[in-house]
Write a protein that binds this ligand. Structure first.
Ligand code: GTP
Ligand code: MG
Length: 251
């Protein structure tokens, strides 16, 4: 049934023969519900993977890069709007193939370095595929928006096989999240904002980025000092052991 493992780019969108590629979307029918079931399942899978990673990093490395995780499923009306905006026919095929952000997960981190560390770890996940990435941290959007975006294909095991379902992952710092959440309410997809207000929001994004950088500098210094202390402690304990050995041999 739904396997695209050996067939990159081809999405089989039939579940029990009921989803047909060229069928028009009806957000009130059962096929739409079935599509949403796929996205909800993929979201559960990736959320669990990230939570396990979070636990592992905490238990084994005393490292807690993620402050919080949020997930969301795109509203049906917004899915249709997006297809219209892209000038695409409102079919299940296009929905599955062309809309990358129906399922979304956001990882909000403490520092910029945590975002890059997490991206590296996710790149090494054996089963999750990275379809696309946008580094709006290195190159912010014109609006001032900063984040790191990954479009993932997440494997979900169903009774009749594996299906890869797309999930948009956004990684950002607490500071970026603060700005993006407020800017989203005030401006993004809202054209009533004035040019001057819009310019101010861009300015605030830069101020927030400066704060992010300054806090990162403090964190880097503290981390360096901690590592140096560990080195000193290790050297001291080695010396101590050697002294103990000498005393032992004297006896
Ligand atoms: P959308 O059609 O909005 O999904 O954008 P896209 O498909 O061109 O992708 P892009 O990577 O630019 O943006 C994806 C998501 O990032 C959006 O749905 C928002 O959640 C977020 N985003 C992008 N640009 C901005 C912005 O200027 N401000 C805010 N607050 N969020 C943004
Ligand atoms: Mg989006």
């Amino acid at each position: 049934m739904i396997q695209n493992e050996n067939n990159e780019g081809e999405y089989l969108i039939r579940i029990e023969n009921s989803l047909v590629r060229d069928e028009f979307i009806d957000i009130n029918d059962q096929n739409f519900e079935k599509m949403m079931f796929l996205y909800n399942s993929a979201l559960k899978e990736i959320k669990t993977k990230i939570e396990i990673l979070q636990d592992e990093l905490k238990i084994f490395s005393d490292y807690e890069p993620i402050e919080y995780i949020t997930t969301r499923i795109k509203k049906p009306e917004t899915i249709l709007e997006k297809l219209k905006r892209k000038n695409l026919a409102l079919t299940y095929g296009n929905m599955f193939q062309e809309v990358n952000d129906i399922a979304g997960i956001r990882l909000v981190c403490n520092f910029k370095k945590d975002v890059y560390k997490l991206v590296e770890i996710i790149e090494d996940f054996q089963d999750v595929r990275i379809l696309n990435r946008k580094d709006y941290m290195k190159k912010p959007k014109k609006s001032g928006y900063m984040s790191y975006h990954l479009i993932l294909e997440v494997p979900v095991n169903f009774s009749s096989g594996i299906m890869y379902v797309k999930v948009e992952m956004q990684l950002r710092t607490l500071a970026m999240d603060f700005w993006a959440s407020l800017e989203h309410k005030l401006k993004y997809k809202n054209s009533n904002i004035t040019k001057a207000e819009s310019n101010n929001l861009i300015k605030y994004a830069k101020v927030i980025n400066n704060i992010d950088e300054s806090i990162l500098t403090i964190s880097n210094r503290l981390e360096k000092e901690k590592n140096e202390n560990i080195l000193i402690e290790t050297a001291e304990s080695r010396n101590e052991n050697q002294t103990k050995k000498k005393i032992f041999f004297k006896l």
